[in-house]
Design a protein around this ligand. Structure first.
Ligand code: A2P
Length: 312
């Protein structure tokens, strides 16, 4: 766990979280996977309004309490995210209320701005028209996020995919500073500058796609099929995935990763009683760098987005 303080609240974020970004066609499969994850020791779950996974996650948590796998909802750390169509002061609280209804929860542990831009209206499919993609009005959207915190709907508030410059701008206007930035990080996208910046400003980093987003719509198998990681894994009797997750952990961050497979779930929380040597870290530092999750591929290649993809 990593201890975070937001306003007058102290939160403990478990290092390994389970992602829910790519729901299976059948929500029962995903719900069963969350229950398996709780059995395997996972206490941190990451969702977003736009993933369509809030409902089954909420059901799984209430089932877990009913089945006695956890004593109460307070034993799990739940993050959800503000979608870009609601990134305006008066729309933020209603958007979180919508997520809370989906989740059947009274509060989330962490509410974060999903993307560092907004949509100028409702978006039904992607890519989206150029005129729909607008810069965030930070004062407006962060005012709404602060309201979520004041109302007790979110214990912590933060952002995702923010660059150093955007964080700097946000810190200069925030009454309650962001406590977390969730960003892509893996041996294939090491984000050292951004991670160092966040550390210096007291902003906790949660890594997403710590396995390079393998099998996802946007990622690939560069991490899981890397010779560098495979050689290290063989020498240590670990899997390539474990070496990648351990590397991410050694950057001082928490992470969200997804597996629906029981054995792989267990592997992914088994990264704490061994470490990488200086020589191994040195080898990984030469991993060819390329971002797996680009907004241009999700939203469309608009100028603002191309800039965000290019910057750290
Ligand atoms: P699966 O559900 O079949 O295990 P990321 O966390 O970077 O987004 O990557 C998630 C992908 O990596 C999932 O498709 C998942 O597939 C796969 N994955 C997760 N854990 C492991 C593991 N320990 N070994 C191999 N693949 C894994």
């Amino acid at each position: 766990e990593v201890i975070l303080s937001c306003g007058d609240d102290i939160l403990a974020i478990p290092v390994i979280g389970m992602g829910t970004a790519y729901p299976a066609p059948d929500p029962e499969t995903d719900k069963a996977a969350v229950l398996e994850a709780i059995k395997a020791g996972y206490r941190h779950f990451d969702t977003a309004l736009v993933y369509g996974s809030e409902k089954y996650l909420g059901q799984a948590i209430s089932d877990a309490v009913r089945l006695g796998l956890i004593k109460s909802r307070s034993e799990v750390f739940i993050t959800t995210k503000l979608f870009a169509s609601f990134a305006e002061k008066d729309l933020v609280v209603p958007a979180l209320n919508m997520s809370l209804r989906n989740l059947q929860l009274e509060y989330v542990d962490m509410y974060i701005i999903h993307w560092p831009f907004k949509f100028g209206g409702e978006v039904k499919s992607m890519p989206v028209a150029k005129e729909m993609v607008l810069p965030l009005d930070l004062k407006s959207v962060w005012g709404g996020m602060e309201e979520c915190k004041r109302l007790g709907l979110a214990r912590g508030i933060g952002v995702s995919n923010f660059t150093c410059n955007m964080l700097q701008d946000l810190l200069s206007i925030a009454k309650i500073p962001p406590v977390l930035n969730q960003l892509e990080m893996s041996p294939a996208w090491q984000t050292k500058k951004l991670n160092d910046f966040c550390k210096a400003k007291g902003i906790h980093v949660t890594a997403y796609s710590p396995l390079g987003g393998a099998n996802s719509r946007v990622g690939d198998d560069r991490v899981l099929c890397s010779n560098i990681l495979e050689d290290i894994a063989k020498a240590k009797g670990k899997t390539t995935a474990q070496v990648s997750l351990r590397w991410v952990y050694e950057q001082g961050v928490s992470m969200v990763t997804k597996s629906n497979n029981k054995e792989r779930m267990k592997q992914n929380v088994d990264i704490f009683d061994w470490s990488l040597t200086d020589e191994e870290l040195e080898k990984i530092s030469h991993f060819p760098q390329r971002k797996a999750v680009t907004f241009a591929s999700i939203v469309g290649p608009h100028d603002l987005i191309v800039d965000i993809d290019a910057q750290l």
